[in-house]
Ligand binder design. Structure first.
Ligand code: BGC
Length: 719
């Protein structure tokens, strides 16, 4: 049996270089680094992203900045520089150990001049000290001569061609080298510090090259055939978000690294604790087992453990896609895994939203509404940072208007939902009284003010919105939006009653602060009772007004295809069909499942499944589709959708994994296993599991925390 904790490959394919950089990302929740090579490779997309380090950019407002590069580690055999694009690669092996986050690469290389060496790089970003990362390089030369090693800190990085860093200074303190930079607009300072040590072999020469913005240490070693040489590079990164004294702090952290083995042990212990909480065991399906661990790993390395001013973006910290912005992906797709297994991380991520309530209020006001309206895309300040216009890739002379920031308002209810879910699962009343309740109450206030009374029809509606299915823009009465808004307001009333009896002083405070007068609450009740919720006699829910009148095209007849329906038909073309990018009504039935009968779920599942662009639509879809297939008793279909999510990044199903991990798909995968195949369900009395495992799965086992108590679910198929 293969090791189901390893992601590995035995060949390097330059065509998939960027995809693999994403796959081999490592990190610790403070920062993460893409899997580019230490020595570089033509056109590589090197990237290190530190949570919260945003800087301004034209058009898209702000982006998570590519930090100064801590990886550079250049090897020259005599005067021939080691690089996989020259000479001959006689062996290549790369593996990521998900158990410990150690990335290893073994290359047997013959230089163009015929010198041979066996080179092994190992690196990890410590889970024990979030500011430190280490590289170890062993070279076994097959020739007599000299090998030069150059280790640098490189401040000349850009973020998709935009330079964000000013150079402030650099230097040495004894053996430690440091570099000090600052972002241009947000003026965040970042210091990196480095030590470079010989641990095996004889140095001939050792020098500090004081190149501006790339301080470098050069060590030349004697090479003899078969005699191993080993060097270690220790690095630390600290920003002014952590402390004002960034240089001193970075130097202190890097000097605190005792040695490789001690640092590795501490890191391994940290990971052992993470996996004790987070591992999910699947027996009988090696591909799914490894992929699930990989996806959990990717979320864990992006998870803010010690910072509640940040949250996880749609591409984690693994790529340039979506510029580090945070979407509903976080609360609806990623957060449940943390709520159930790592509540302190979930709380940090919800605190990020809480801290941005002021901006959300401003956001509502700007649009002429009350309460809190969270941005569709969020960054450091909580303002709306969705780009308004983007270039049209098919016609460079035109721009495309992006409407999501204007009208994809369901995110406010999604955040309220995740807040409530966190409270119910963890029982964290203190946090809820102090922070969570306010999120739910103020988003409810927004929904009540946004509802429009239709005099003719005699009901409230939400017009001109975008639901989860983004193939259809400017729709009226999107069922998901209307029902989630109603849920938000209903829940707010329940929360207010609860506060009145459990935390009366806080209830009074919030009533005054948010102006929750009797009249306002009466309006909420009126909207709740009179909101338009489109549903037919059969239980079939129309996704939005007029959806059933749109062109009904046969998706199956368009197979085989390798593009999304939107790329085939164009934005307007797709808008005129019933094809949807991702579950919309079905995700509503997933989130508010207890309010719908099995028959309702089946009717909607049967209608919307063939209308969904499962393979090339949104990567958010397949996991939810899988859960709903379990709900309607179709385990084979559930598995088919599940496998799409399993392969989303590892097999680059959409051809865009180079931009970063599809984090919502990763979180959805965890939910598909836990709420789909295991059928975990929290009830007021406790919890229950209603498994429907794929036929070849022999066992499914995981842990979760319910009201602070560790629970185990262990489902075994009878032989
Ligand atoms: C999806 C959205 C998602 C966004 C970021 C879009 O393609 O349709 O639902 O929030 O990507 O992942």
């Amino acid at each position: 049996m293969s090791d189901l904790w390893q992601i590995s490959e035995d060949t390097f394919d330059p065509q998939s270089q960027h995809h693999k950089e994403t796959i081999f990302t490592i990190g610790n929740g403070y920062l993460a680094t893409r899997g580019a090579f230490e020595e570089g490779y033509p056109d590589d997309r090197r990237g290190t992203f530190v949570h919260g380090v945003f800087d301004d950019v034209p058009i898209i407002f702000t982006e998570l900045v590519n930090a100064p590069d801590w990886l550079p580690f250049i090897i020259s055999l005599e005067d021939e520089r080691f690089s996989l694009d020259t000479g001959t690669v006689e062996k290549f092996h790369r593996s990521l150990d998900l158990r410990t986050g150690v990335l290893t690469r073994i290359v047997h290389w013959k230089s163009p001049g015929g010198r041979r060496a066996e080179i092994t790089f190992e690196r990890f970003i410590s889970l024990a000290d979030q500011h430190t990362m280490l590289i170890r390089c062993q070279v076994v030369p097959k020739f007599d001569g000299e090998i030069e090693f150059r280790a640098s800190l490189n401040g000349n990085t850009d973020t998709e061609s935009i330079a964000h860093w000013h150079w402030i200074g650099q230097g040495t303190r004894e053996e430690t080298i440091y570099l000090h930079n600052r972002t241009r607009s947000t003026r965040i300072e970042l210091a990196s510090a480095m030590r470079f040590l010989v641990v095996a072999g004889k140095p001939l020469f050792d020098n500090f090259c004081n190149v501006e913005n790339t301080p470098t240490r050069v060590i030349v070693m004697n090479a003899h055939p078969g005699e191993p040489i080993a060097l270690e590079k220790y690095v630390s990164i600290v920003t002014s978000r952590d402390t004002p004294a960034v240089v001193n702090s970075a130097i202190e952290h890097v000097n605190n690294i005792a040695d490789w083995h001690t640092a590795l042990d501490l890191n391994t212990q940290g990971w052992a604790q993470e996996w004790a909480r987070s591992d999910v065991v699947i027996e009988g399906d090696e591909e799914s087992q490894t992929a699930l661990r990989f996806n959990i790993f990717q979320l864990l390395i992006a998870a803010p453990r010690h910072d509640d001013r940040v949250s996880i973006g749609a591409k984690t910290l693994s790529g340039f896609g979506y510029r580090g912005h945070i979407f509903w992906d976080t609360e609806i797709f990623m957060l449940p895994m943390f709520t159930y297994t790592n509540p302190h991380i979930a709380r940090n991520m919800l605190n990020y939203r809480y801290r941005n309530l002021t901006a959300a209020r401003q956001n509502a006001l700007l649009k002429g509404f009350e309460g809190a309206r969270f941005p569709w895309e969020s960054a450091d300040t909580g303002e709306e940072v969705t780009p308004t216009w983007v270039p049209n890739q098919n016609d460079r002379t035109s721009l495309i208007r992006i409407w999501t920031g204007d009208i994809q308002i369901h995110i406010s209810a999604d955040i309220a939902y995740a807040t409530y879910q966190y409270w119910k699962v963890t029982g964290d009343d203190d946090w809820f009284v102090e922070k969570g309740a306010e999120i739910i109450l103020d988003t409810a206030k927004f929904w009540a003010s946004r509802a429009e009374w239709n005099t003719e029809a005699g009901y409230y509606e939400y017009n001109n919105v975008i639901g989860p299915d983004e193939y259809h823009e400017h729709v009226d009465n999107n069922a998901f939006t209307n029902r989630m808004a109603q849920w938000n307001m209903q829940t707010a009333l329940e929360v207010l009653d609860w506060l009145k009896s459990h935390a009366p002083a806080r209830a009074i405070e919030l009533i005054n602060q948010l102006d929750l007068s009797a009249e306002r609450l009466a309006r909420w009740r009126h909207v709740i009772a009179n909101i338009y919720l489109p549903a037919q006699q059969s239980g079939l829910i129309e996704q939005f007004d007029g959806y059933f009148n749109l062109k009904d095209i046969d998706l199956a007849a368009m197979e085989p295809r390798h593009k999304s329906i939107q790329s085939i038909l164009g934005i307007e073309g797709a808008n005129q069909t019933q094809v949807i990018k991702q579950p919309d009504v079905l995700i509503l039935l997933y989130l508010l499942g207890e309010h719908y009968s099995a028959e309702d779920i089946k009717v909607n599942y049967d209608y919307y499944t063939p209308h969904t662009d499962h393979t090339y639509g949104s990567s958010l879809g397949p996991s939810i589709q899988s859960i709903m297939a379990c709900r309607v008793g179709k385990p084979n279909d559930a598995y088919e959708h599940f496998i799409r999510a399993v392969r989303a990044d590892l097999q680059d199903m959409r051809g865009n994994a180079r931009d970063g991990i599809h984090a919502a798909s990763a979180g959805g995968l965890w939910q598909a296993v836990v709420f789909g195949f295991a059928g975990l369900h929290i009830t007021p009395e406790g919890w229950s599991a209603n498994p429907s495992l794929p036929t070849h799965w022999k066992r499914l086992k995981f842990h979760f925390l319910h009201q602070g108590e560790l629970q185990e679910v262990d489902i075994k198929r009878d032989e």
